[in-house]
Structure formats: C-alpha cells, structure tokens
Design a protein around this ligand. Sequence first.
Ligand code: PXL
Length: 287
Amino acid sequence: MQRQKRVAAIHDISCFGRCSLTVALPILSAAGIETPVIPTAVLSTHTGGFEGYTYRDLTQDVMPVVRHWRGLGLEFDGIYTGFLGSLEQVDIVSECFDLLRGKDTLVVVDPVMADNGKLYPIFPSDFPKAMRKLCAKADVIVPNLTEAALLLDEPYHEGPHDKAGIDRMLEALHRLGPARVVITGVSFDGKRLGAVVSDARTGERAFASELRIDPMYHGTGDVFASALTAALLHGCPLARAGEIAVKFTVDSIARTKEAGTDNRFGVNFEEGLGGLRAMIQGVPGGA
Ligand code: PXL
C-alpha cells in the first residue's frame, strides 16, 4: 500500500461560508491525505459579501507552530497555502516554506487576492508584489485570471480569451519561478469555462472546461485548488488533475444552483467527496 501523504494547509478559518480551511481540510482528508493545519486567522465569515464579520489575527501563532513541528521532526509531502490576511503573513508563510519543505515537498500557492478584475478591498495595492515573491517559491501556482494579471502587473481582460494571449501569460508566470502553472476562470468561447494548465518541465499544456454556470459562487477557487492539490499529491499528471478539479468544482456549483443556495454560502462540495476520491483513484465511472 502507498504510504499516506501529509499536506500542511496554511489558510484562515472562515467559520461560515465554505472557503479556505473549512474546504481544504475536508477535501484533502476525503482524498485520503493527512492534513495538519496552520490557521492564520479566524473570521466569523469570509470577507466576500457579508457585513460585520469578526477577524482574529493569528499571525503571531504561525511561527511557534512551525518551530514546534520542526522540533518534532515532522516531514511534509505538500504545503498548500491560500488566503493570507496581511503583507506580514505573506513573509511569514514564505519563511514557513523554508523551514518545512524537504527535497520532495510539493509547494502549492493559491495567490488569493482578487477576482473579476479587482483586488479584494481588504488588501493594500502592494499586496500583489508580495504574492509574486511567494509564488516564486512555489512548485505550483493556481491564480484566477485577475490574480494572474496582477502577478504580471498587466491589465485584466474579461473573456473570451485568445489562445496566444493565455500562452503568453503562462510563459510569463513560469518566468516568476513555478514550474507548474494553472490559471482558472478561462473561457475561449464564452460558453465553456475552465482552467489552463502548463508544466514547464514537460511542455505539457491543456485546457479543462465545462459549460459555464452563473452566478459566481464564493469559495470555488478554494474547492478547485484543494481538489487539484489532492490529485497532484496522489501522482496524477497536471492535465488530469486539472480535469478532476474542474469537474469536482462544476458539479459542486450545479448542485448548489439546483438547491437555490445563497451564493455567499459557498458550494455543496460535500456530496461530491466520494466521487472525487473515485476520480483520483481512476475508478471507472468516477469521472
Ligand atoms: O475563498 C477565498 C477566501 C478565503 N478566506 C477569506 C476570504 C476569501 C475570499 O474572499 O475572504 C477570509
């Protein structure tokens, strides 16, 4: 039997609204991966559309946790980070990578900071510059198109996108450092929406897509990146991991739309967890 994989998930806990750790932890665990966590903050809800949310910053707790883990001699197959609440946290997480990563640790950075052409209002304008430095240390980055444009300091273009433009963005993102780049929220025809994946080591490039479903639901970036991380940790090639993550995310959106759930409440990924495991294991009918 394959040794169980262990991924450190470094995100906030948004107590309500299905994103960050309340998404990453169940998805990675259901995929059979041990998932120790470092909570960077505790919020009553995520910041996307709720008024009056609470925010307890845990920046000062991150390094003591990491040092304790180091003292215990723990080793990690992966480190996965998403929303980071401040510039200081980005620097601290960068230091965590240095302390926790081993020779074969897969570092996945989802540079959560923007959507629909706009930096989230809680972030200062120099936040993308700090994220760029963190992305340089990653093996895999998972920006949406807005985040990709901010990382490259380019204007954002709403879709449909042309292939040459996306290829140019992928190449520029590889030049920042990461060998594997996944850009989400890409549409070449306005009807299908998905993710382009690019592996600079193999030259592999692919587009995984499904029919677009509106409106936009919160937390879907985290659902996608968590499923992608799970599939990669299980050894799926990047293109297959992209397909699995797109399918898992879009099925979760479809379920949520059918139920008529408020789009701020996140998506029903829970009922797809068995299917995710089957897809990752290549079980017929899982995809
Ligand atoms: O889904 C990303 C995310 C995570 N955590 C918090 C957020 C968001 C997006 O808005 O506000 C606190």
